[in-house]
Every structure is written in structure tokens, then in C-alpha cells.
Design a protein around this ligand. Structure first.
Ligand code: ADP
Ligand code: ADP
Ligand code: ZN
Length: 212
């Protein structure tokens, strides 16, 4: 099964992807995590991506699509995956469709996590990540048990550079899923919308229901 998670920055895609991949056994593929790993490791791709990320802009399609297609060609993605943060536009969606069609597969579900603008700033401003495993926390809504340490792996918790208020506002303005992208999956009969403005467990239950 191939599943896409859609929603504005801060909707809860990364948080829910980690919960859902635990419950479904699907492989979690986050282009944001991939870019951050490249930035951390100082690769050529990381150096290129960082400029865009720091400004709250999308990394160019050519680079992003090549990275994603290389990743899904690996054997662990043969039977399914849950995409988080990809696609961000119709060109990316078409590239993914083509790659999957080449192996007789397609996106089975596109789950749109709906959250109003007013809620997003507070979610992104309070977001903290584990530097080692990428687990997502929130200073008020979902804090780690021990301050500054990841519950999963005891890694160090940090705040993303692009979760500063100025960049957050740019991302909320520019990185909502475009109507054409939502329409792309609606036309394919794959779209399901889930209310993301509830507590974490209620959203997980809603998404699991929409996967059936
Ligand atoms: P996205 O991947 O869509 O940008 P994240 O999963 O990183 O979103 O979540 C953004 C922030 O909001 C994180 O700090 C997370 O802990 C918090 N969060 C996610 N879902 C909820 C929720 N249902 N209620 C409250 N806070 C949430
Ligand atoms: P968020 O969870 O806040 O929505 P992500 O972790 O998904 O953010 O992405 C962080 C940054 O990485 C984005 O602001 C963008 O610069 C880049 N990025 C991630 N996914 C994509 C993509 N599919 N296309 C272009 N840029 C991307
Ligand atoms: Zn961790």
C-alpha cells in the first residue's frame, strides 16, 4: 500500500506518520527528514537544500524528485510506503505516479490532515525534534518525559532553524497543499480528509479509519 499524507506545515504529518507506520508496518519516507539528514552530514545536496529551507521555500522539484525516486527504488520500499511532505505540488505527484505505475502500483490513499491557520503558528513555534531519530515533540502539547531528551532514543532535542517566527509565517503562506494537488488525488478517488484539530490520539484514529 502506498499512502500520501497531505496538510499544511504543522498539521501533524510527521507526528502521525510515526504513529501510523508503527501501527501499519509501512515504511515512513519524509523528504524533510531526508533533507535534514543531508544538511547534518554536510553533503552537496544538504548544502543546496539548506538555503531554501532556511528561507521557508521549497527545494526545486528537479532535486527533490530525484532524491525521492532514488529512495523508493530501494528494496525496502518495494511493497509500500507512507510519504510525508511529498508531494508538495502536482509536478511532484505526477513524477511519483509515473514511478509507481512503472512497477504496477499507485497511490492508494491521500490523507489530508486539515488544520486551520490559527492553530499552525503555535504548533510550529513550539515544535522540538530529536537530533538522532527525528521524533517530533511539542513544548506544551506533547513534551518528552525528560526535558531535552528523546523518549525513543535518549537523543538530544533541538528546535529547527526554520521554526523561527518569521520563517514559520512564510511557510504557512507558501507551503499549504495547493488546490490542484488536492484535486489530483480527489480525481484519482484516493483523497480522504481528516480533522487534524483534535488531540493526537483522535487524529490517529481518524487516519486509521480513513486507511481502511
Ligand atoms: P508537520 O509534519 O505536518 O509539519 P508535525 O508532526 O511536525 O507537523 O507537528 C507540528 C507540531 O505540532 C509538533 O510540535 C507536534 O508535536 C504538534 N502536534 C501535532 N499534532 C498535534 C495535535 N493533534 N495537537 C496538538 N499538537 C500537535
Ligand atoms: P514541515 O513539516 O514543517 O512541513 P518539512 O520537514 O516537510 O516541513 O520540510 C522542511 C523543508 O524541507 C521545507 O520547508 C522545504 O524547504 C523542504 N522540503 C521538504 N519536502 C519538500 C518537497 N516535497 N519539495 C520541496 N521542498 C521540500
Ligand atoms: Zn530520538
Amino acid at each position: 500500500m502506498f499512502v500520501v499524507l497531505l496538510g499544511p506545515p504543522g498539521a501533524g504529518k510527521g507526528t502521525q506518520a510515526r504513529r501510523l507506520t508503527g501501527a501499519t508496518g509501512l515504511l515512513h519516507l519524509s523528504t524533510g527528514d531526508m533533507f535534514r539528514e543531508n544538511v547534518r552530514d554536510g553533503t552537496e545536496l544538504g548544502v543546496l537544500a539548506k538555503g531554501y529551507m532556511d528561507r521557508g521555500e521549497l527545494v526545486p522539484d528537479e532535486v527533490t524528485i530525484a532524491m525521492l525516486l532514488e529512495r523508493i527504488a530501494r528494496p525496502d520500499a518495494a511493497d509500500g510506503a507512507m510519504f510525508d511532505g511529498f508531494p508538495r505540488n502536482v509536478a511532484q505527484a505526477q513524477a511519483l505516479d509515473e514511478a509507481l505505475a512503472g512497477r504496477g502500483a499507485a497511490i492508494d490513499r491521500a490523507l489530508l490532515i486539515a488544520v486551520s491557520d490559527g492553530e499552525l503558528e503555535g504548533r510550529l513555534g513550539g515544535r522540538w525534534l530529536c537530533r538522532a531519530c527525528g521524533a517530533v515533540y511539542h513544548e506544551r502539547n506533547d513534551p518528552p518525559k525528560e526535558a531535552g531528551r528523546c523518549d525513543q532514543c535518549a537523543g538530544e532535542i533541538y528546535q529547527r532553524d526554520d521554526d523561527r517566527p518569521e520563517v514559520v509565517r512564510t511557510r504557512i503562506e507558501r507551503q499549504k497543499p495547493p488546490a490542484a494537488l488536492i484535486g489530483h488525488y480527489r480525481d484519482a478517488g484516493a483523497l480522504r480528509e481528516v480533522d487534524g484539530e483534535r488531540d493526537l490520539d483522535a487524529v490517529t484514529d481518524g487516519l486509521l479509519e480513513a486507511l481502511d
